[in-house]
Design a protein around this ligand. Structure first.
Ligand SMILES: *Cc1c(COP(=O)(O)O)cnc(C)c1O
Length: 401
């Protein structure tokens, strides 16, 4: 007989540092949009590992690429070349309409890399005096968990107790074009921003915001860096969220779904002029660009492209919000999102989002509460209309209780 969920949860809690507050479900198997717990109960995954599983769990094409490569070569370090890296970077650059990429492993590493590149570009190409480079970020940002990154977080949970933090960052309100204009100085090298703030609770900026910040950055010779680790790779209904406004950035950070839900893969992509500030010895990663990652990453991109998951997210995202609108009752303050990155904001008097996500879990829907009143819905992009209806029947029930 299998062990109870409690057995796994107790063991995890005893031996694992408590950096998360998981929904009490213990998953042991998955396929497509579905996951199964240790008792064999089935759930529809409405989080997709924070959008790392856009292609669906264990996509056959990604699994085959991974297995085939595992049978040949997995790691060389970049002290040697491998036969998979070039093709992966070429595919990624073509897709992003950029010239050069730099492979890393996690999202936070990609953001750290972009920060380093922006600063070096500032000193070498813009002429910013030594150690004076400044980067502008936004309130309620989420860019990862390293000490540099949490140093400019405005979430007290993320940074309290982890200082001292390095200087060089200024935080401005999100979705505020005037604040950006006002804050830029001659030493500003970059504006780092999420096209939609995912972790903050799916904050969608006003129409025209991306275009406006693009214009301001160009006028002031400031690099525009879009952190598309969550919004990129079809999640919002376009391959990249910047495409909604044709606001092509100077650098883009990618991660999450770049690994096809199978492997940690991230990258920074940009122009040759910017990326070429990286020279031998100035940056690196033992696992970054390893052949297994490159093969999986290539397959992950192929699935997004060939299965047209951008169009699918766009169409089904509209349907998702329409259905949410139909079942929303007096407890719902707002429904927002783009593509298949959506959220319900509950009124304070309706209780906390956590109460609802735990009830949804009992009915077989795994969604994640965030910031007290928000429930985020981000299912794998391979979801069907019928499966959306399946979710809605359960959300409607939970909203009614
Ligand atoms: C998840 C996320 C990151 C961090 O990625 P990790 O792989 O967890 O380090 C950075 N930026 C955004 C926008 C994210 O959603």
């Amino acid at each position: 007989m299998g062990k109870s969920p409690k057995y796994y949860i107790d063991m995890e809690n005893m031996y694992t540092a408590h950096g998360y507050h998981p929904i009490p479900v213990v998953i042991s198997r998955a396929k497509g949009v579905w996951v199964w717990d240790v008792n064999g109960k089935k759930y529809l995954d409405c989080l997709s590992a924070y959008s790392a599983v856009n292609q669906g769990h264990r996509h056959p094409r990604i699994m085959k690429a991974m297995k085939d490569q595992a049978a040949k070569l997995t790691l060389t370090s970049r002290a040697f070349h491998n036969d998979q890296l070039g093709a992966f970077m070429k595919k990624l650059c073509r897709l992003a309409k950029m010239e050069m990429a730099l492979p890393m492993n996690t999202g936070a590493e990609a953001v750290e890399t972009a920060i380093k590149i922006a600063r070096k570009w500032g000193y070498e190409k813009k002429g910013v005096p030594k150690n004076k480079a400044r980067i502008i970020a936004c309130r309620e940002n989420f860019h990862g968990r390293t000490t540099t990154i949490v140093g400019f977080s405005t979430d007290p949970d993320a940074n309290t107790g982890f200082g001292p933090f390095g200087p060089g960052f200024t935080v401005i309100p999100y979705d505020d074009v005037a604040a950006l204009s006002k804050t830029i100085t001659k030493n500003t090298v970059a504006f780092l921003v999420e096209p939609i703030q995912g972790e903050a609770g799916v904050n969608v900026p006003s129409d025209g915001y991306l275009k406006a910040v693009r214009k301001i950055c160009t006028e002031h010779n400031v690099l525009l860096i879009f952190d598309e680790i969550q919004t990129g790779l079809c999640r919002t209904g376009k391959m990249f969220a910047w495409q909604h406004e044709g606001a092509k950035p100077d650098m883009i950070t990618l991660g999450k779904a770049l690994g096809g839900g199978a492997y940690p893969i991230s990258a920074v992509v940009g122009s040759e002029e910017i990326m070429s500030v990286i020279t031998p010895g100035t940056h690196g990663s033992t696992f970054g660009g390893n052949p297994l990652a490159c093969t999986v990453g290539t397959a992950a991109l192929d699935v997004l492209i060939d299965d047209k998951l951008d169009k699918r997210a766009e169409k089904l995202g509209r349907y998702f919000r329409k259905r949410l609108g139909e079942i929303a009752n007096e407890k719902v303050l707002e429904i927002r999102g783009k593509g298949l990155l959506n959220a319900i904001e509950l009124k304070k008097k309706a209780g906390t989002a956590r109460e609802y996500t735990e009830k949804l879990m009992k009915l077989g829907v795994l969604a994640k509460d965030t910031h007290g009143q928000t429930i985020r819905f981000a299912p794998p992009l391979v979801i069907t209309k019928k499966q959306i209806d399946w979710i809605m029947a359960r959300v409607e029930k939970v909203l009614a209780t």
